[in-house]
Design a protein around this ligand. Structure first.
Ligand code: AMP
Length: 459
């Protein structure tokens, strides 16, 4: 496989107009409040527009969805038609994602970006009735976002035909492989013309991902915008050593300390098991914290309703397992709490990727029982940094007694202290340099009704 590494800086001054988007796309981008492309966008978009295959490694929250959706729309725009005939609207671009939530989120963005064009966009995923999706697919869809299993169901029922797909996007390809989707991917790709453009996005370029790229991408441009396995520099990571039986109380203390400091009440709390997830959400509720649980045992509709309440702010704390939370883009998420450490160090990076997105500030707090020291060591090794240990804050008092007490919980609008403490550095354990605050990304509320159908249509 021949690859080409792009140079990292010239994108700094680039605007969306410079990249060459048509007016209806530019208008939609401006409406989103995006003033300039993020690094992954500036690097990937020109190549995608030229029709090149791209292999992109980008951290969660870097703006990678727009990095591929906007140029795809531009590339299929000349074929867009206002005709009502389904035959004029074959599937021309297909985005595959590992989870329903990610599919829904990509589709949400795609709808906004395609709003002023005639390009029809839809999303199909499992866990919801197929009939509404079938009607929509029959009416003709040019940009389809799908999870592999449900797409194969539609293919079997002959409601989806991939014979005219020109662009294929594998989003979060690493997670698709982790979730065992390789056979489904192989079947789906086998139905797409080999004369196509293929884009692959993945958090890391593992040997399996490289093999996948070798099989399905042609002379791809490789783009890596951030150091692999690194959390965004805007995330401040803190470890509280807490015995497991005291963890629930510690979550309550951490949340109350934040509120006392005038910080947002909102947080995502990660647990390793479905049962633990439900139990913790109930315990938080009993402590007066508005919390909901999302995990694999909840129905798709329940998960989406909880997510909507959380996004609207009627619920403060979302307790989640990894699979359920994967790919959720909750903009401006200020705080992620690990109720326990994940078994896999890379999942820790994914978890804390919920905060500090697209330049926003965030706190990532982990409650670590002595039995989890080994997992913590793995995480520190993967991230090549020593994480700061601090006592659990006590909102009832103790601020004066310990000058470091409130350090993890910055006052509102306070600049973030970098926690990039090198493992070998003398400064390890102390927050040192200061990074200026960056503007937060806006989150768009969406009607629950649209979510429940499991499909969407441009209005
Ligand atoms: P993603 O990495 O695709 O999940 O995007 C993370 C967030 O960044 C989303 O809420 C996007 O709406 C937002 N975003 C994408 N591109 C830009 C941009 N150029 N400027 C500001 N925000 C952006």
């Amino acid at each position: 496989m021949s690859t080409e590494q792009t140079t990292p800086t010239p994108e700094a001054e680039l605007t969306f107009a410079d990249i060459g988007f048509a007016e209806p796309i530019l208008r939609a981008v401006l409406e989103q409040g995006y003033t300039k492309p993020t690094p992954i966008q500036a690097q990937a978009m020109p190549h995608v527009l030229q029709g090149r295959d791209v292999m992109g490694a980008a951290q969660t929250g870097t703006g990678k969805t727009a990095a591929f959706v906007l140029p795809i729309l531009q590339n299929i725009l000349p074929l867009a038609s206002s005709s009502a005939s389904p035959a004029r609207h074959p599937i021309r671009a297909l985005v595959l994602t590992p989870t329903r939530e990610l599919a829904d989120q990509v589709a949400d963005n795609a709808f906004k970006y395609a709003k002023y064009t005639d390009i029809r966009t839809a999303v199909v995923f499992g866990g919801v009735d197929m009939s509404a999706q079938t009607t929509l697919l029959r009416s003709g869809i040019e940009l389809l976002i799908a999870t592999p299993g449900r797409l194969l169901d539609h293919i079997t029922q002959k409601t989806a035909n991939l014979s005219q797909v020109q662009i294929l996007i594998l989003d979060e390809a690493d997670r698709m492989l982790d979730m065992g989707f390789l056979p489904d991917l192989q079947r789906i790709i086998g139905l797409i013309p080999s004369q196509r453009q293929t884009l692959l996005f993945s958090a890391t370029f593992s040997p399996e991902i490289k093999k996948l790229a070798q099989s399905y991408l042609r002379d791809p441009v490789t783009i890596e915008v951030a150091r692999q396995n690194a959390a965004a520099d805007t995330v401040q990571q803190i470890i509280h050593m807490v015995p497991s039986e005291k963890k629930k109380d510690a979550v309550v203390k951490v949340l109350n300390a934040r509120i006392q400091k005038g910080l947002s009440r909102q947080a995502i709390v990660f647990t390793n098991s479905r049962i633990g997830c439900s139990k913790l959400a109930s315990a938080l509720e009993r402590s007066g914290i508005k919390a909901g649980a999302i995990h694999g045992d909840k129905s798709q509709i329940e998960r989406m309703q909880i997510l909507e309440s959380f996004k609207k702010g009627t619920m403060d704390v979302l307790v989640a397992t990894d699979v359920a939370a994967r790919g959720l883009d909750i903009a401006d998420m200020p705080c992620v709490i690990n109720h326990e450490l994940p078994f896999n160090a890379e999942d820790y990076v994914h978890r804390i990727g919920r905060t500090g997105r697209a330049g926003a500030q965030g706190d990532a707090i982990a409650l670590v029982d002595p039995s989890e020291e080994r997992l913590l060591a793995d995480i520190e090794k993967l991230m090549n940094r020593k994480l700061v240990r601090m006592p659990v804050p006590d909102p009832a008092g103790g601020v004066a007694a310990d000058p470091f007490f409130y350090m993890p919980y910055r006052a509102k609008d306070e600049s973030i202290a970098s926690n990039a403490n090198d493992l070998n550095s003398d400064a390890a354990g102390k927050a040192t340099s200061v990074t200026p605050a960056k503007p937060a990304i806006k989150s768009a509320a969406k009607p629950v009704g649209a979510l429940l159908g499991g499909f969407k249509k441009k209005t």
